[in-house]
Design a binder for this molecule. Structure first.
Ligand code: WT7
Length: 634
């Protein structure tokens, strides 16, 4: 691909060109793709109004670029390798031609059920090839996919189905994660009780679990799929037609459905994938993220396929049947490029070296991390024991909102430094801001990370709530996109992400709003109020610490275990098991200011294990409250 950056000089060149004349630069990148109608304007609108649009006037279909475009040159190349949860089960591969055929059949299947351009389709599935096929089938007919991670509860699924008013849901009978069976259809049924507007449910049989069935609504994937035609012409979509909705947490209770458009997202994801990972034609890439998160969308599905790469998809978990599974899979499929989350590295590091040493890992060339800051210890362990000291590590910083990576080392091309994301991608203008909204310039400085120029991958809006979109991202520092992350720029200009500066917790790379967890806790019926903060967690990066005022004083006096169990269940059913608090402290009262605001700063300090330096406490209503909480801290 000629939008490739091959060396440091190319990087400087791309960076300069994107800076000096972004429209010309992105037009040159975009020329490598198939468009049915060319664009009239490369970039319009801007960050000051939050109305940026890319490639206006153009028409395209992203799946024509992921699949059809490769058929002549790479039709017989492996596009996808599927490694099942159970190591005894055979892995499955699809060539580009086979994947194309399956996506065409699935697109026809959706159309036969009346799904049309613009309709929203929810995918609540296990990590099986049919999930990737369904994603692409939606994109092929112009339906908007909304993938909901299989770990979410029925309530969370129902909220997302309602918010987007999906007309179709695709799920599995169940999914397997290690030894655990996730009863996806049962959970979906519970959610669907609140969602009469969902006309059909397609169930792909994965586990063979018996499921309840609603005649007229529920249909088996296999029954529908088999007879469909092999060809389906991709729908021509407008550049800024929505491609997908993906929900993520913010600092208020309600998750927001970020909307990404077709053209800008495609160009951004393809360009960043190619240049960060630096894959050769025969390399094998493995991203361990679930397609339910943005990493899975951009760098499991779209990025590799847009570049004609071979990508591995894994159904299971890193610790089943043992903590060597990742490395066994790397050897089995000769994986060269491996991209995972720091939390996985930390948990495998804890399991002991013997699980790594059993495997050769000689195929590995490039390692990557994403989702949260990777600490020094985990970085070193990954570099030495997995990469054997010879594989560059790319630490890619980005967000659901940004569509693709914004700050990252380019593997083997640009300078890397442990725990630093590194330099911005061409077209990205990172700016550090202080609390007063002033730009912090120079080196060896820190600030809140903002982005000062539009880039093609930026989300277009929050589904159904453009006001919230503008309010969340474009009002803190007008003219800039506000990321919510803290960042440090070192003496040589490399960037290190230091973590969230807002009320968002990053648990094992999953973004969870403190307000969301508080809402769930408060709905448990036995709680007066609660405050949720993060604390450093060895494996998860951050854990969830909940301070809870119970309705019944006896909960405070006994160990409160019944109330705690009740709260954990409630959070599990409102959000999902991954959002359950790690620590719950039952307290008589929360520290508040005279005006009634909870002093979270103090609670954060206590959760981090601090016992003094609570800062200015002069506005505290009752300082005895702090003392009691601190004495009983967990
Ligand atoms: C938040 C975005 C990007 C895909 C996965 C998460 C944190 C992301 C890094 C990194 C330090 C990181 C940030 C960001 N984050 N990548 N390389 N180093 N922190 O997507 O769920 O939208 O979460 O994840 O805090 O704001 P997300």
């Amino acid at each position: 691909m000629s939008y490739s950056i091959k060396n440091q000089g190319d990087y400087e060149d791309h960076y300069q060109r994107a800076l000096e004349d972004g429209e010309r630069f992105w037009a040159q990148v975009a020329e490598h793709f198939d468009w049915t109608v060319p664009w009239k304007k490369v970039c319009s609108g801007g960050l000051s109004k939050g109305d940026m649009k890319w490639f206006e006037g153009a028409r395209l279909n992203i799946t024509a670029n992921c699949l059809d475009r490769h058929l002549d040159s790479r039709g017989d190349k492996t596009a996808l390798i599927f490694e099942p949860n159970d190591p005894e089960e055979k892995s499955v591969s699809y060539t580009y031609r086979e994947l194309h055929r399956s996506v065409c059949k699935a697109a026809s299947m959706l159309e036969s059920l009346g799904v049309r351009k613009g309709d929203r389709v929810c995918l609540y599935m296990a990590m099986v090839p049919e999930l990737l096929i369904a994603v692409l089938a939606c994109a092929r007919i112009g339906a908007v996919h909304s993938v909901v991670f299989g770990g979410f509860s029925a309530k969370a699924l129902a909220d997302r189905l309602k918010d987007a008013r999906c007309s179709l849901l695709i799920t599995n009978d169940a999914g397997m994660r290690g030894k655990k069976v996730i009863p996806l259809k049962d959970i979906a049924d519970e959610a669907l009780g609140q969602c009469p507007f969902v006309k059909n449910v397609i169930v792909h049989k994965r586990v063979g679990r018996s499921v309840s069935w609603k005649e007229g609504r529920d249909l088996w994937w296999h029954d529908l799929f088999e007879g469909q035609p092999d060809h389906y012409s991709p729908q021509e979509l407008e550049a800024n037609d929505p491609l997908f909705i993906l929900y993520t947490s913010g600092s208020t209770g309600r998750p927001k459905g970020l909307v990404h458009a077709c053209a800008g997202y495609m160009v951004w994801v393809a360009y960043t994938f190619q240049n960060i990972f630096q894959m050769g034609e025969d390399d094998v890439y493995w991203c361990t993220a679930d397609i339910g998160w943005i990493t899975g969308h951009s760098y499991m599905v779209y990025g590799p396929l847009l570049n004609g790469a071979t990508a591995l998809m894994f159904e299971g978990v890193p610790t089943f049947p043992d903590a060597g599974r990742f490395w066994e899979v790397v050897d089995k499929h000769r994986v060269s490029h491996f991209y995972t989350a720091p939390t996985a590295i930390r948990s495998l590091m804890g399991a002991g070296l013997e699980f790594v040493e059993k495997h050769s890992l000689s195929s590995l060339k490039v390692l990557g991390t994403v989702g949260e800051p990777v600490g020094e210890e985990a970085w070193k362990w990954y570099h030495e024991n997995v990469g054997k000291g010879r594989c560059p590590i790319v630490d890619t910083w980005w967000q659901t909102e940004t569509g693709g990576a914004m700050i990252s080392t380019l593997a083997g091309v640009t300078k890397s430094k442990p725990c630093f994301a590194g330099r911005p991608m061409p077209g990205v203008n990172p700016v550090l801001m202080n609390e007063r909204g002033e730009v912090v310039s120079g080196f060896g400085v820190s600030g809140n990370l903002c982005i000062g120029a539009p880039w093609p991958g930026m989300a277009q809006t929050i589904y159904g709530d453009h006001e919230r979109f503008l309010e969340t991202y474009f009002t803190t520092d007008p003219g800039f996109y506000f990321t919510g992350d803290g960042c440090r720029r070192d003496e040589s200009g490399l960037l290190r992400i230091t973590g969230r500066v807002d009320d968002v917790i990053n648990v094992s790379g999953h973004r969870i709003g403190t307000a969301e967890v508080e809402d769930a806790i408060n709905q448990s019926g036995r709680v007066v109020e609660s405050a949720v903060v993060a604390f450093p967690h060895e494996v998860k990066g951050q854990g969830i610490y909940a301070y809870v005022v119970g309705e019944d004083d006896s909960d405070t006096d006994t160990d409160g275990s019944a109330l705690k169990a009740h709260i954990r269940d409630k959070v599990s059913s409102e959000i999902g098991p991954f959002a359950k608090p790690d620590k719950i402290q039952i307290v008589r009262a929360l520290p508040k200011t005279r005006s009634g605001k909870i002093m979270r700063r103090i609670l954060r300090k206590i959760a981090e294990g601090g016992s003094k330096d609570f800062g200015d406490t002069s506005t505290l209503l009752d300082s005895a409250v702090v003392e009691t909480i601190r004495e009983r801290a967990l």
